[in-house]
Design a protein around this ligand. Sequence first.
Ligand code: HEC
Ligand code: HEC
Length: 360
Amino acid sequence: MKKIVFFLLIFGVSGALFTSCQKNGSEGEYQAPELDLPTTEFNYSDTDFPDHFDGIASFDNEPTDNQITDAGATLGRVLFYDTKLSLNNTVSCGTCHIQSKAFSDGKKFSPGFEGNLSTRNTLSLVNPRFAATLTWTGQNISLEEQVLQPIGNHLEMGLENLDHLSTKISKVDYYPALFEKAFGSTEVTHEKISRALAQFLRSMKCSQSKFDQGYNNEFANFTAMEKMGKDLFESADNGCDNCHRNVNFYYGSEANIGLTMDYADEGAGNGRFRIPSLRNVALTGPFMHNGQFETLEEVIDHYNDGVQPHPSLDWRLTNGNGEPKKLDLTDTEKQALVAYLKTLTDEEFITNKKWSDPFK
Ligand code: HEC
Ligand code: HEC
């Protein structure tokens, strides 16, 4: 009996040590987590969207010199979920961009590699190939440029020296073969890292929500509440779709929506932030650039009668006299708007294995 207890104790302690090594590479030797890739690559290069996306085809940001290949996006998937992309092997892109939460993380602000918090709420990832601009401030940069930002960021992943990044990645046993397959050579460069990550992001396709399924069928699949919500969303009085436009529910521009009279973070200037997509919005709270609302109900209350008279408030949220507009929604109408927003959830997108963590 004593022996068994002793054995369990040793086993338990070494188990605990093993997990702590995995979590913190600066203490002890790093234990590589198991990589589990399918023998035949997933199909990432099928980039067909349903016809109702034709209207935003002009936003397609895939460059001719970095088109998706199955091997390229597979490499991108491994990089996306690999904590080795952070200085102390604790944080991957997938730590903050969690698939089951539509690639957001459910937090107001997100702890980076040293536990320090990001200064803005993590954006979910929604059809990145149709993003006209990136980040909360609407930066006009390519996905290839964007993906290197968090790696170098001193709060997020901390690998500021890109040569250090390439050297580090080239020493990891599973990468030479993956780079060879993706780019025809085992050589690791930060350009290839960014190209593979961008391919993986562009392969993400969110187009199977209840909204999408009903699109060509007059939304016959909607409940009465969902239909009411859709009408309210699109009505001239409420004007949600003046900003959350088209089938991606966003547009490459920024607006001040009167969250406060005194913005601690001025965003793109004067409290303006990029209009975020509302696809999967039921999964991506807390909401707004600063995570100030916990629930969709609070967001609707804001638009209904909480908009502040900030001098830079967007004109679309004002009445004829330049004051914040009140929507006068009834409780049922508020619930209907929330019901409609929930039709934008795409279960396929958040469960498809090809975008999942290959280290589990
Ligand atoms: C510590 C948390 C954290 C990590 C790690 C992280 N991100 Fe992010 N990500 C964020 C936050 C916060 C934003 C919003 C930043 C902003 O707007 O200023 C963001 C924004 C983005 C965007 C812009 C989305 C859009 O719609 O404009 C992309 C793309 C992105 N991240 C990809 C990545 C990739 C790829 C990695 C890994 C190399 C990564 N992120 C690592 C928190 C994180
Ligand atoms: C003037 C343009 C504009 C109008 C009109 C507008 N929105 Fe927004 N919406 C935005 C911007 C900009 C943000 C982000 C603001 C920020 O974080 O500072 C946002 C954020 C949101 C969010 C949170 C998204 C997230 O991921 O955090 C929801 C939900 C939302 N809006 C729903 C609506 C609804 C419902 C309506 C109509 C009642 C509406 N919006 C009208 C511009 C607009």
